[in-house]
Design a protein around this ligand. Structure first.
Ligand code: KG4
Ligand code: ZN
Length: 369
């Protein structure tokens, strides 16, 4: 039996989780979640329309200690009971990563216990496997990680053996949602806002680009590109504004009072639905193609964008028709949290990982697993 405490502070969520993992003599694993505490900073950054690094790190510093105490209390354990301290070392914002990562190291040093420098992306990648039966143990799956900072298709041979088939060449899927929402004057984070309005709109109303959908160039078939979508939205909004100006001119000539430009609710809903569908089409088709090509019978989707129910429904339907199972995580596990870091640390431990060097630093940029 082993207790793992994980700290996550790579972006704008401070999080602490404690799990108890055990495996019996037949190798049957059981992971119990003892605490999963997250202090979200969304309200702080919302007013700026995105994460402000300086504010994020200050908030992590403030939140970490009380959150740690809360997690220990919820789990009913003390620091002395913990066997492994795991901290997210990258990728993420440097000033944010430093807080949780240094704290995890210090806790390990002070107690003479094991320390793991964890990869945030591995946390996302493995999260759909948590709590699933042994028949879908980590391995032999196609992973689709769709978050605010990353979009990647990863072939999971087994724990620690990941092959990145393709990533985004520009914006991530979540970033496209966030940037699109900003242009539409919707709140941050944009994904949930666009999804809400998209439910009321027509996904075929506007023809947004599906970049790299049928990419044939060797080495790029599994890559993504979402920046063209943003440009296309910009021109769509410009056209709507020009239409509005023509209408205002006519009103002015007829002696009627003019109004400021604002998208009509029905138009906004249609734009959201069409914009979202363009992202979904690319994610669904590329994931299916990768799973079929690599003969994977399981697809594991993770990251904040996996909270999008329309995406999940369409992906599930397309995969199931080809006999491929879709593994999803709860929404609370899709957005940033420390439970996924603790779970990835448990998987690493089971795969035989020893303590990382205490010299290990942070790595803000993703450069592989
Ligand atoms: O994984 P995550 O919490 O943080 C990163 O590691 O980036 O992902 C956050 C991203 C944001 O871009 C947010 O807009 C997106 O996930 N997101 C969604 C939804 N909920 C969150 N995107 C589409 N639909 C949603 N329902
Ligand atoms: Zn994340």
């Amino acid at each position: 039996m082993m207790y793992i405490l994980a700290l996550e502070s790579s972006c704008d969520e401070t999080a602490v989780a404690i799990i108890r993992g055990c495996s019996d003599t037949h190798g049957v694993e059981n992971v119990e979640v003892l605490a999963n505490c997250v202090a979200s900073q969304i309200d702080i950054h919302k007013v700026y329309g995105g994460v402000v690094p300086e504010l994020a790190s200050r908030e992590h510093t403030k939140q970490l200690k009380p959150l740690l105490e809360m997690a220990l209390e919820q789990a009913g354990v003390t620091l002395q009971d913990i066997d492994v301290f795991a901290g997210t070392a990258g990728p993420g914002l440097s000033s944010s990563l430093l807080i949780g990562h240094s704290a995890a190291k210090m806790l390990a040093v002070a107690s003479g216990k094991t320390y793991y420098a964890m990869n945030h992306m591995e946390g996302h990648l493995l999260s759909p496997f948590l709590g699933k039966s042994q028949s879908v143990a980590v391995g032999q799956a196609m992973g689709l990680v769709v978050s605010g900072g990353h979009t990647m298709l990863v072939d999971i041979a087994r724990v620690g053996q990941y092959h990145i088939l393709g990533q985004t060449v520009d914006d991530a899927a979540g970033e496209a949602f966030d940037k699109g929402a900003r242009m539409l004057k919707l709140a941050y984070p944009g994904g949930p806002e666009i999804e809400k309005l998209a439910k009321l709109g027509n996904p075929q109303a506007y023809d947004f680009p599906r970049s790299m959908l049928h990419e044939k160039e060797e080495g790029k078939q599994h890559s993504f590109s979402f920046s063209g979508l943003k440009t296309s939205l910009y021109y769509t909004l410009q056209k709507e504004e020009q239409k509005h100006q023509r209408e205002q001119k006519a009103k002015h000539q007829a002696g009627e009072s003019e109004q400021e430009f604002q998208l009509a609710p029905a138009v906004l809903n249609d734009i959201c639905a069409s914009f979202q569908q363009a992202i979904i089409d690319v994610l669904v088709e590329k994931t299916l193609a990768a799973a079929v090509k690599h003969k994977r019978s399981v697809v594991a989707i993770s990251g904040g964008v996996a909270c999008n129910k329309t995406l999940i429904t369409q992906l599930q339907s397309r995969l199931n028709k080809r006999g491929i199972e879709l593994l999803t995580a709860d929404n609370a596990l899709n957005t940033d949290n420390a439970l996924m870091i603790a779970y990835a640390a448990w998987q690493r431990h089971q795969a035989g990982q020893v303590s990382d060097s205490l010299e290990a630093g942070i790595y803000p940029r993703f450069s592989g697993f």
